[in-house]
Ligand binder design. Structure first.
Ligand code: AHM
Ligand code: MG
Length: 334
């Protein structure tokens, strides 16, 4: 395959979209640059003193890892200066981050998880940056209000992630399918390696933290048990895989099919994952790739968030596998 850089790909595709402004392409360019900076820090993590925790606890009540905090600062610094944004929301920030008046302000809103799966950092296992892009509602000017940001996922104009794995990969959709790019560290460019990614309609892998079994209700146990006992289209049993980093588990699901599940439980009755910075962007990618994303009862992308850090149950992946779960929740075990 001829080497197509992500910038070439964006320029080619953005020309064909209604939101084709230099602003949007510039936003993606700076996001990619931030991802490259984070990738470089992660590659050095074992060499420099950047493993471990900072001793702080974030807005979610979780321990902040040093790399979490570094990734967050890289994103905030670079993206505030990109000229395309009016506001940002990060998993690591309690409140909305408005672009300050000294920087050029644009029409877009960026929501991100700077380093997803950060409990994996110290053991050198995959982590990732997840991002979601909205446009500010038409005609609004001046200081951005929280209501302008709390949009349902269907309104996303772009979403994706950067996976820091054996290779660094960018997986992106601007509403015209899903495309994957692999970082060539020699030239420092993401090259198109996975054009038009499609999720198989049914997979053969299920992914869930089975350690939560004791905290699930009977309906959730029935949904998980379904994958433990049913057969794949070729008559084999499903395999279980769980990295514990959503972005890595989702990436495998996107390529091989199957389902990733984070159901509600008695400790986390609304689920663990955040609607805006984790579920929405991956749901956008799943649908663009021909798959499905549900909270067990309905489409993730139609949920209207009531706060920046609203949580949601998540069932995402192959259409048939997600529908199997929805069918089970439609008839709760009493
Ligand atoms: P994080 O954003 O703080 O890393 O938390 C989200 C992570 C997901 O990446 C992962 O799928 C999930 O939490 C794992 O949770 P658990 O350890 O409860 O299975
Ligand atoms: Mg996360």
């Amino acid at each position: 395959m001829a080497d197509i850089t992500v910038t070439e790909h964006l320029l080619l595709h953005q020309k064909r979209t209604p939101q084709a402004t230099g602003q949007f392409t510039g936003l993606l360019y700076d996001l990619i640059l931030s991802g490259k900076s984070i990738a470089r820090r992660i590659n050095q993590a074992g060499l420099l003193d950047i493993l471990g925790g900072t001793g702080e606890v974030n807005v979610q009540g979780e321990n902040v890892q040093k790399l979490d905090s570094i990734a967050n600062r890289i994103m905030l610094y670079r993206m505030e200066r990109c000229g395309a944004l009016c506001a940002m929301s990060s998993e690591e920030e309690a409140d909305l981050v408005r672009v300050r008046p000294e920087f050029p302000r644009g029409d877009y809103i960026l929501i991100f998880d700077p380093l997803d799966g950060s409990s994996n950092i110290d053991v050198n296992i995959n982590v990732g940056t997840i991002f979601s892009i909205f446009r500010r509602p038409e005609g609004n000017t001046g200081e951005v209000s929280l209501n302008e940001v709390l949009q349902p996922g269907v309104k996303q104009v772009g979403a994706g992630y950067i996976l820091y794995g054996p290779a660094t990969m960018l997986v992106l959709s601007t509403g015209q399918g899903v495309h994957g790019f692999t970082l060539d560290p020699g030239v420092g460019e993401f090259l198109l390696s996975h054009p038009n990614m499609r999720i198989p309609q049914q997979g053969h892998i299920y992914s869930v933290n089975g350690g939560n079994w004791k905290n699930w209700d009977e309906t959730t146990r029935k949904a998980v048990s379904w994958f433990r006992t049913c057969e794949t289209p070729d008559g084999k049993a499903y395999s279980a895989r769980y990295v514990g980093a959503l972005v890595a588990d989702f990436h495998r699901t996107l390529i091989y099919g199957g389902i990733y599940m984070y159901p509600p439980d008695i400790v986390k009755p609304h689920g663990k994952l955040r609607l805006m910075c984790e579920a929405n962007p991956l749901a956008f990618l799943a649908e663009q790739a021909g798959g499905k994303a549900s909270d067990g009862h309905g489409r993730i992308l139609e949920r209207v968030p009531d706060a920046l850090h609203t949580r949601t149950p998540l069932f995402i992946g192959s259409t048939k596998d997600v529908e199997a779960v929805e069918n089970i929740y439609a008839h709760p075990v009493v």
